[in-house]
Design a protein around this ligand. Structure first.
Ligand code: NAD
Length: 285
């Protein structure tokens, strides 16, 4: 199937980056969010990123206006009705995502493909509220979308070959590498990351080593670009691992039990850099 127009629902951290990638590759894109302020911020973020690419010689500065001209913003979900692909990127909440897909199912033509950028939630459960299960797929991007190279594509037992091939080809056209996996909570990357960071937090909780030394060991000994606590603080990831851990424990059992420390950081609002504190203190920066 040929994708003509793309609609990204949710223009936050991930959504506006996804819109940018699609527009950079010649697609008309509509970003839908709940208010104009967020849409304006999304455009600002895209402009900033395009300028950075141009400064580094990775994008032609003369084409920035052309790319921006391909993107529209709207606060009305009806703006999605003429898109051939929807990429949903609203907060990680199954009820919210289902509510949006249910509405989209009513307003979009039957051939429109629905993709979710969820990090961990079941694509099959999300698709269950629509009448287009064969046109439903997971398209898991990484942060920031214009830079990260992978898209993890998640197919359900109902996803058609045509839908899968269309999304694989489109991802490649975007210059991304792809992996395809079967629908299962956490897919490949979020499940592996959850297990890894959970164990690092247990090492910290047991007093085996300090957060600084665990980060240093993982970076220098295991050659990760960031230590687990730096990564979680950088991505404001405490709420994510709190909710994802609860979900994964239901499916995979005790090994995904959320550590006490994550609960405390979550409920005290120490979610990472954006909130001033996470595992580390950023209030003096
Ligand atoms: P975010 O909070 O930055 O953005 C979500 C956006 O959705 C917000 O702008 C919000 O206003 C908007 N929104 C909420 N309700 C809406 C509605 N009814 N209609 C339209 N827009 C609505 O979140 P994010 O970090 O961009 O995450 C979005 C999704 O991407 C989540 O499912 C998350 O798990 C996934 N994800 C996040 C990352 C990451 O590193 N942040 C990486 C990969 C995948």
């Amino acid at each position: 199937m040929k994708i003509e127009k793309i609609c990204v629902v949710g223009a936050g951290t991930m959504g506006h980056g996804i819109a940018q990638v699609a527009a950079m590759h010649g697609y008309s894109v509509t970003m839908v969010d709940i208010n104009q302020e967020i849409i304006d911020r999304a455009f600002k973020g895209i402009k900033f990123s395009l300028n950075k690419f141009a400064e580094k010689g990775k994008f032609d500065a003369n084409k920035i206006d052309e790319v921006l001209g391909r993107i529209e913003g709207s606060t009305d979900l009806d703006a999605a009705k003429d898109a051939s692909l929807i990429i949903e990127s609203v907060p990680e909440d199954m009820r919210l995502k289902q509510e949006i897909f249910k509405k989209l199912d009513e307003i979009c033509p039957p051939e429109t493909i629905f993709a979710s950028n969820t990090s961990a939630l079941s694509i099959t459960e999300m698709a269950s509220v629509t009448n287009r299960k064969e046109k439903f797929i997971g398209m898991h991007w990484f942060n920031p979308p214009p830079i990260m190279r992978l898209i993890e594509i998640v197919k359900t037992i109902d996803t058609s070959e045509d839908t899968l091939n269309t999304i694989v080809e489109l991802s490649k056209e975007f210059g991304k590498e792809v992996v395809v996996c079967k629908d299962s909570v956490g897919f490949i990357t979020s499940r592996a990351l959850q297990a890894f960071v959970t164990e690092c937090i247990r090492i910290l909780e047991e007093g085996v080593a300090s957060a600084e030394d665990i980060d240093k060991a993982i970076k220098l000994g295991l050659n990760h670009p960031m230590g687990p606590f730096e990564l979680l603080d950088f991505t404001n990831g405490i709420p994510v691992i709190f909710h994802a851990g609860e979900e994964m424990r239901k499916v995979y059992g005790e090994r995904f039990t959320v550590p006490q420390m994550v609960r405390m950081l979550y409920y005290s609002g120490r979610h990472g850099r954006k909130s001033g504190r996470g595992f580390y203190d950023y209030t003096k920066e």
